[in-house]
Design a protein. Structure first.
Length: 341
């Protein structure tokens, strides 16, 4: 991790959930991580990612639970490594995902994940028996973060999410389009995420040697990629999102603005799980979903705004993202919006 990597205080509070009612233990793990308790009172604040990684490990040891007390049974220390060792034996990401969900089900009692394929979309649906709403939402985000983090590591690449819906209300830390994707909704049951089913056929590229490195850098690796929401990739996404695609700066321009070489710029994005092209694609998707949900713009105008030269190319891309046409998606979104009123 680098000095600039940071994590929202929201996630610190999530990590401390299992120690609620035990102030001495909370003080102990915060001290071990080097986090000032006063920082927890500022919901807009951030702590360094390295401090958060230390906190995660300290809480896990204190509870003997790598799921941080977010489940009534939890995952005893060593569970994550045991599951990971089994996954590198799988031949494909689809096989690894099914085994991962089954393995997590051997430990966790309140939350379950199931995989199904609907058309061209692979869907991970959660079943959650927890009654505590705040704990339930934290458990679901943590569960999916662990599963997706493992899949990305096993595949050696990021797996773009085409649709995400959560049963809980919008969390305090806000949306993360770079992780959950731009097609994101809350207070919609059941909690599930979807991605292109073709990714299930990707090979598992990790082996025992890379597993040893991965386990030495967990949870830091997951934190940098999926919880550090103010990293370079987020900065690039926002900069591109805030200007017309015809005026997008080049990779070289962006690197120069930050005093980085092109190689260093690319390495930092890769470290966070992205390439420059993938970020441009994410911006196009974000524009498309936002306009379809929240504007009366024509499909042709939306295609142009998202950077597609022809509406037909936009139709093909959108159907690949979601399995449905832009028009059908707009009608479905409008119908849901009317139901919620």
């Amino acid at each position: 991790m680098q000095e600039k990597d940071s994590v929202a205080v929201y996630f610190v509070q999530v990590a401390l959930h299992g120690l609620q009612g035990h102030p001495q233990q909370i003080a102990s793990v915060l001290a071990e991580a080097g986090i000032d308790p006063q920082q927890l009172t500022d919901l807009s604040g951030r702590v360094s990612a390295s401090a958060f990684a230390k906190l995660w490990l300290a809480v896990a040891r204190e509870l003997d639970d790598e799921f941080l007390g977010l489940d009534s049974h939890g995952m005893p220390m060593g569970s994550f490594a045991l599951i990971s060792r089994g996954l590198i034996q799988c031949s494909s990401i689809g096989q690894a995902l099914e085994q991962c969900l089954k393995s997590l089900g051997l430990f966790l009692r309140d939350i379950r994940g199931n995989l199904c394929v609907r058309g061209k979309q692979a869907v991970i649906r959660l079943e959650n028996r927890q009654q505590d709403r705040p704990a339930s939402s934290d458990a679901e985000e943590t569960f999916l973060t662990v599963v997706l983090g493992l899949l990305c590591w096993l595949a050696g690449r990021r797996l773009p999410i085409s649709r995400s819906q959560f049963a809980h209300p919008r969390p305090a830390h806000g949306d993360d389009h770079l992780f959950w994707g731009p097609n994101l909704t809350f207070e919609t049951t059941p909690t599930e995420i979807a991605f292109d089913s073709s990714y299930l056929r990707l090979p598992v590229v990790q082996d025992l040697a890379s597993l040893k490195v991965f386990l030495r850098t967990s949870p830091q690796w997951l934190i940098v990629r999926f919880i550090n929401r103010q990293g370079l990739s987020s900065q690039v996404f926002k900069q591109l999102r805030n200007c017309h695609y015809q005026h997008w700066p080049t990779l070289a321009d962006m690197a120069d603005e930050r005093g980085l070489s092109i190689a260093s710029f690319r390495r930092q994005l890769q470290r966070e799980g992205f390439s420059f092209q993938e970020l441009k694609d994410e911006v196009r998707r974000s524009i498309a979903f936002e306009c379809l949900r929240n504007s009366a713009m024509s499909i042709s105008d939306i295609a142009e705004k998202a950077g597609f030269r022809e509406a037909s190319a936009f139709h093909r891309a959108f159907k690949q993202w979601t399995g449905e046409s832009p028009g059908h998606y707009r009608l479905s979104s409008q119908a849901k919006s009317n139901e919620d009123r």
